[in-house]
Write a protein that binds this ligand. Sequence first.
Ligand code: GDP
Ligand code: MG
Length: 681
Amino acid sequence: MENLIPVINRLQEVFLTVGAEVIHLPQIVVVGSQSSGKSSVLESMVGRDFLPRGSGVVTRRPLVLQLVNVPPPGERTLSENGNGMKPNSQNSYPGIKTEEWGTFLHCKNQVFTDFDEIRQEIEKETERCTGANKGISAEPIHLKIFSPHVLSLTLVDLPGVTKVPVGDQPDDIEQQVREMILSYISNPNCLILSITAANTDMATSEALKLARDVDPEGRRTLAVVTKLDLMDAGTDAMDVLLGRVIPVKLGIIGVVNRSQHDINTQKSMAQAMQDEQSFLQRHYPSLASRSGSRFLARTLSRLLMHHIRDCLPELKTRVTVLTAQYQGLLGSCGQPVQDQSATMLQIVTKFATEYCSTIEGTARHIETSELCGGARMCYIFHETFGRTLESIDPLSGLTTLDVLTAIRNATGPRPALFIPEISFELLVKRQIKRLEEPSLRCVELVHEELQRIIQHCSSYSTQELLRFPKLHESIVEVVTGLLRKRLPITNEMVHNLVAIELAYINTKHPDFTDAALVSASVNSAQGETLQDSGRRWKSDRAAEEKTSEEKVKSSGSAYSSPTRSPAVNLLDTPVPVSRRLTAREQRDCEVIQRLIKSYFLIVRKSIQDSVPKTVMHFLVNHVKEHLQSELVGQLYKLPLLQELLTESPDTALQRREAASMLEALQKASHIISEIRETQLW
Ligand code: GDP
Ligand code: MG
């Protein structure tokens, strides 16, 4: 079985890598009658003699023998705590220098390097539990053998099937032993070595009967016929070995173990094997190549190898899946920084590009859940801002009284013939001022959006930023700073847009309704002609000035007090709404209102058009154009590079781990494909 060792050891590496369940090699359990040679067969499989053997009931407790493959002493790497240990192995071998040793579960801290002592300990422990007089116990003895020459495998030696109680054995000894055996061999991951001595009747073999109970199809039962050398003269086991007596699917293998005499005279295992071969050559020449302990070991190896092969596809899948996972992980970690300047420029450029393309709408990661970047600005300009402006009533907040008051104030002490232009200006300016607030709000909204894009770019495009938290922070700071710097400039400009409108009321604007036309249309509504309007205006006004004055007086309102200026009066004491206006007043008001409306619409249109342009020019485009140079200018300073490009410790660690895992996985994959191609026989 030694040729399986390297395979298993290499697989072990794979398991350590992928963290998969270890391929559970089948436990090998020997069953058979008392003294049929079970312990002897096990021993020759292990290649060392350490099991108590002999006539009578020797094995009286199950012996669970766990073989552990360890590197030879010279190759045992020293772990950090100074112990000679296989890396990552759960078995520790504190400071053991010998090639092979054993430990018992029942005496934890004791290391047995002498195999005779191991045998004595088994005997002692058996007696401790079962007494000296042939008693039997189901409580197993656990023995671990560590050696570079063994396969990591578990073997179980069991007491033999017995019919008649002897010594301290209870009456139901047969039943007890049978149950004990069944409890081991019913495990489906157990290979049954069914032992029958050649000098007993194979047809009545208890071992084969038990095996059949749990493995009726014979898929995991291998029959071994021992003591070929002890057959009566003139008889041979040909029929049995050829399966003519009882067929066994996996095979029937004849062996010759060491006799009691050999044991007593300490015949070596090597010598025993040699003698076995010459015996087989002499007595079973046709079967010699398919018999003997060596062939038995090879057959066991083959069965174990089949088992391993069955497990490989799943293992391979696991390696493939993990490889993909770790490749993804490694990719997301990015390459370690080699050239700091280049990395910095690259990240900054990438961020700036991404920022700009989010505004342009050419970003790689198009947001689908909400408007963002340029699209959202478009929405702010046309929907939020545009609609707000459109919803402003040109005359809102302007009562008839306001208009009248303005007219009167503008007229001053003299009665006027025409509606004073200054009153129109006064009033229209008041309305125009109302455009400033929504315009400034528009700037604010775009500014907010520009800040939001920073977040958007950080989370989507520039994975690298997550690696360098300090750089990320600084980039956000610089961009925020740039935005903040541009805000007052843009606000000022927008404020000026309105101020410009206020600075000069251009009544010669081509779209402005001509005052004459307005009053004409107002008058014509009352059935007058355009030519009349000028004349009527003057005369009417003179006449109505009086009447309204009188009316106010007669109403006793302070509004007409001659001692106080009309302006003060007008502001202080509003005319009751219920007062009816004269026709003249009504007409004047209407004229002014129409003019205000006409002019206001011109200005509103212009503001609606120029605010977005201003915001784009002074804020958005400026930021777009200067983002990169601002970032480079502020961050690309040699003493800063080191600090900014410090990776987050998580990333560095993650990359290291992912890289070494990938390397291990590649090796594992290689090992698996090699093993799948290996022919061991
Ligand atoms: P177990 O009770 O089934 O474990 O049988 P053991 O392995 O203890 O062997 C019982 C006795 O049979 C021992 O004295 C062995 O030396 C002897 N024995 C086992 N196999 C053979 C064999 O193939 N040939 C000879 N001559 N003796 C054997
Ligand atoms: Mg035995």
